[in-house]
Ligand binder design. Sequence first.
Ligand code: BV8
Length: 258
Amino acid sequence: MTELETKIQRIADEIAAARRIAVVSGAGLSAESGVPTFRDAQTGLWARYDPMELATPEAFSRDPETVTRWYDWRRGLIAQCTPNPAHAALASLQSWAASGSAERPRPSVTLITQNVDGLLQRAGAHDVIELHGSIHTWKCTKTGELLDNPPLPFPEYPPRSKAGGRLRPCVVWFGETLPEAALTRAARDSAECDVFISVGTSAVVYPAAGLFHAAAAAGAFTIEINLERTSASDAVDIMIAGRAGEVLPQIVGRVTGG
Ligand code: BV8
């Protein structure tokens, strides 16, 4: 067996023996769907903008037109994308786990994502914990009214609700706290899992990046699947440098026999 095959077999064995699995994903999970990763240089019109600058409440209050045009550009891009084999693999791992029985117990699988694109759900995953919210839901900053999948593109920028209030995307900006229920569940499931998988994230954004540490501290078997090494790579039990769309289907296929 090659080194990669040995790693994949070991991961499949750990998953098959686990009671609880937690998976945290980042922008790299959606890269093969054509969604630019968060830190990739922005393309075209947005090349001169730094996403770290735009994804803040300060940018929204200073220049709501630019921020809402950026998000709507991304929303339009995502609408053209389809889930890739990595999303499909996580969805099928979750449904494999859900078909366990008393005679043939299977682990619980918690899918936690930093992504706002909704592609895991479009691949058939359910109960996904969206730590950083969703680009598909917008909120009136005057009334708090939520709008799911508002017209794309918006008729005007910055977009306004019927009440005349400014609309913002329901994503978590830098400096904003994460949705409490989402973070509590993600932290609990990471601290209680037997197997923790980090996939497609540079592991630099907190508190999401802290979930790995919670899992490792609780003795979970930790795995990282990422195109390049990160600050977590030296601490995980197995690191596979590779594309999520290629590696995850191999692992899940080994587990489910699919
Ligand atoms: C918080 C939604 C409490 C928006 C995002 C100063 C003031 C306030 C807070 C801070 C501060 N300094 C630090 C902080 C904490 C801050 C933080 O962590 N900053 C970092 C940069 C140091 N965190 C916060 O502010 C969080 N809130 O802490 O609240 C608080 C409040 C006030 C004051 C103090 C504390 C909120 C963080 C959430 C920010 N919102 N997204 C949007 O999407 O527009 S984060 C954004 O980054 C995306 O969600 C993205 O997912 C996330 C993480 O990035 P990655 O997913 O890892 O993407 P990235 O491009 O970095 O990496 C992709 C990886 O994939 C790469 O490694 C690549 O190699 C790999 N890859 C590529 N292709 C593939 C692949 N891997 C596999 N296969 C492939 N095909």
